[in-house]
Design a protein around this ligand. Structure first.
Ligand SMILES: [Zn+2]
Length: 189
């Protein structure tokens, strides 16, 4: 094999790894798994190493991660079919104020219980239960509408890329605070 071919194979593998990591990130945003040791450079039957917050470091097949199983000791079934919640929260401290949109399969409290996960104070503006896949589509739409208001918080945390300085466009368009009122928040927790 020529050197050029080797380079091509290497970059294809790299892309494959990157796509795999992106999928993990999207699928498991709310699970606090550690994927830092994951190296996806073989096939889906190969083992990868992840850290579960309950079970520590475990080896699992790449295809099981792709199927949404997460930690096999925690989950006997795919997590994909489970419901989820889309939330909008207002985050603030004495210096900053912004809004965050996200999807979680846990309650908001569980999602942000550790200060490292949410280093700001927050107020829940809206919360809606639904099918995970549909909520991801809906979230993508909301994020697109808010694109020009993207905000980068000064303190870093998981999900900090979905923060915005203003949410007026979606408030008008979806009448979001009537539909996803505080009542649905109370029902959900
Ligand atoms: Zn586990």
């Amino acid at each position: 094999m020529t050197e050029r071919n080797n380079t091509c194979v290497a970059s294809a593998m790299q892309r494959r790894h990157q796509n795999f990591m992106k999928l993990l990130e999207l699928t498991y945003e709310d699970f606090n798994y550690d994927f830092s040791q994951v190296r996806f450079d073989k096939d889906v039957d190969s083992l990868v190493r992840i850290r579960c917050p309950r079970h520590g470091w475990i080896n699992t097949k790449a295809k099981k991660l792709l199927a949404g199983r997460g930690c096999v000791s925690c989950n006997t079934e795919s997590l994909m079919d489970q419901g989820a919640m889309i939330y909008i929260i207002r985050c603030f401290d004495s210096q900053e104020e912004f809004y965050k949109i996200g999807i979680t399969t846990k309650s908001i409290e569980q999602r942000f219980i550790f200060p490292a996960l949410m280093p700001y104070e927050y107020e829940v503006l809206s919360l809606q239960n639904g099918d995970r896949k549909k909520l991801y589509k809906f979230e993508a739409l909301l994020l697109r509408l808010l694109k020009k208001y993207k905000y980068k918080p000064k303190k870093s945390f998981t999900g900090q890329t979905e923060c915005f300085s203003n949410i007026e466009p979606i408030r008008k368009k979806f009448n979001i605070f009537d539909v996803f009122g505080i009542d649905s928040f109370k029902r959900a927790v």
